[in-house]
Ligand binder design. Sequence first.
Ligand SMILES: [Zn+2]
Length: 882
Amino acid sequence: MRNPPPQAVRLSEYRPTDFLIDTVDLDICLHRTQTRVVARLALRRNPKGRADVPLTLDGDGLVLRGLKLNGRAMDAGDYDATPDRLALHKAPDAPFTLEIETEIDPSANTQLTGLYRSGSAYCTQCEAEGFRRITYFLDRPDVLGVYTTRIEADKSEAPVLLSNGNPAQSGDLADGRHFAVWRDPFPKPSYLFALVGGDLGCIRRTFTTRSGRDVALAIYVEHGKEDRAHYAMDALARAMRWDEDTFGREYDLDVFNIVAVSDFNMGAMENKGLNIFNDKYVLASPQTATDSDYAGIEAVIAHEYFHNWTGNRITCRDWFQLCLKEGLTVFRDQEFSSDQRSRAVERIGDVRGLRLAQFPEDSGPLAHPVRPEVYNEINNFYTATVYEKGAELIRMLKTLIGDADFRRGMDLYFERFDGTAATVEDFLSCFADVSARDLTHFTLWYAQAGTPIVTAKSAYDENAKSFALTLSQHTPPTPGQSDKRPLLIPISLALFGENGERLDLASPDASASECARGLVELATASRTITFAGVASRPVASLLRGFSAPVRLEPAPLSDDLERLLAFDDDPFNRWQAAQSLALRSIFARVDSLRGSGAAPDDRAFFDALRRLVETGDDDPAFAAQTLALPSETDLAREVGQNVDPDILFCARNSLRRALGGALGDRLEAAHARLGDARPYSPDAASAGRRALRNASLDLVAAGDPAKGEALAKRQFDDATNMTDKLAALAVLALLGGDAREAAFTRFYEQFAGDALVIDKWFALQSTIPEEATTARVHRLMRRDDFSLLNPNRVRSVVGAFASANPTRFHALDGSGYTLLENIVLELDPKNPQLAARLLTALRSWRTLEARRRDLAEAALRRVLAAPNLSRDVNDIATRALA
Ligand SMILES: [Zn+2]
């Protein structure tokens, strides 16, 4: 059977619904295999919709058990019900009530959307289109209703019953059953509905809002894991206070509940008053979570909380506007983390992430605008482009109009659109109004896909004492968009004199404000700015703080890298200079490995890094970021075409060995010096010291494997926290041999049964860059503790292998691609969302050298030819091959 071409949904075809649903009363009787759902919907015709049309509700896999119109059972001839839709041939003109009874089987729900079971608990995931798997509904974000939810369950199976809003009533029933009623006074779309039932442990705290209201906070986890939820609770309280202080946003319900579950497709979900989390983003203890796990928990807890205003109180009119809530909320959580930690280090981390995930997406067949204009399967658009590039657009907006107008624009947005389903245009109109600036040109960032390339050329005129900087932009074509227009690009810049002194900017080609702010706007294909009064050839620092999501070429200007690394006062560009120097060295090593160039002279680069290791204790997290070489994925992206992962791996390793050898004694000293006898604390300063210490250990081992192994073994044995233990294990994993296998065995024995830690054990093995790993991954997948039904476990093995082990995934015999292909096809009937996500690992196949390109294409074609593909996988395979 051939797979049908996916059905496209288009932004241009948006129209309001013909009916509105003002209230939703749900009565849900939980049962493992036969959950009964009675939905009483108060419907009326939408004055903005069409008159005289029948009513059609969305469904997905539903069984209809009863249907009443205004309290009377409907005749079978008056409606059609299939698993996917419920259509009334005639709907009343006056407001009416529809009572729909459906039956669902949560135990059989392996897709993890709608109502399903995770462990022994019932939980839901409704974004984007999961509510239609619970009852028939107008399942789209512009239908806002007030929900009342009554849940009934066996009291011993599910003593905890939660839904959105505030608790209204609860009590015991006959036969050991009980019920709870929840009322959510805030109108919301169906994707924000949530329900949890189960036997769960809990920690509680009260938060007093700035207007003096007490909010009862609770985090529900598996019994016995309560101790691991305290950091998440602390992060939640900090996020609530931060949103009051920074955006003037206060929480609005009497309770805020978070539930951690182990089976979850995404990171977490912002359901009104009842956030449901992948437990990876809730549970942490020093012995089981790394510093980056703690940072991830802080960021995701804050992100979901911030959605209460950006997403829930103001939601999206349609799914094309997804960035309206996601880009904005990612921006808000990035700002929160920057205020809680080191702003420079956070910025470097965010840009690394953007370049690793979004840049390849934006330059391949899956490229799409931040606000897409068409989709086949909305689940495939929860992408780095919508989230991370979407956040960059907010950041640019703030940069362009300034902090004060940005805050005033946000205030106006909350005031003007509270309680509505809004669009990107609605959002931008607020900033245009407060800043009196025409933002029409800026809007193009939302519509045009692809990463712009900004080219910088400079010329110094000794006689005129002037420095001319020419900035040009060009965006390569992307699917469906062959001709690109110039964007409005804010470029932050500074000029430095010979001794590192910052020069005042003066130019007849730039406005006084541009010169004063050090921020020029590139709005045309090319712009030349000649700076006057420049006594000697300056060093230019461009795109400071990564002021726009573009590729800067050359990055940065020619021979200034060592000097920028030494004295740029923008930490991001100091880090960027080190990255660029590393890239230059690695690519010289590639040429040398191919016999076409001499080994690079890295002395000045290594000297700069040596100083950093010696003096890096003031900001060790920054020093650690700067010591970290570009990853293999970074290298492949920079090469762009005919990528040979093996030679990139060898060249990168050759630089690691050289760097480790050259700095060995200083690195060893740093490793010893930064050891900490105090009890573990996840704060940013302590985490920074551990980061530099472990980066040092990694490079010591690269330069001197025997010494590295001895140090890593000792650290592995002595470590009292997961950060140091896992870092040591990672070093041993790269070194190989008996020490490695012994360490893996001990690690497993120590943490057996602790799923989140064992995920790390799986992931680390899947990313060992050596030939035997593919067979190892097959062995891992045959283990009893591997399951295709748990997304975290699948990601820790298959996801890690495909995204973080380039030499093995792209093995020349095609074995890596076959492994992925088989898993995607086996997983697809069970969990299509996860299967489609895994398949995106092949999105950059066209950038590979010819042999691998052919093998990857063949694997994609075999996937596409398989029978009965889900819409999710069909869409990714089709677009990847287009
Ligand atoms: Zn979000």
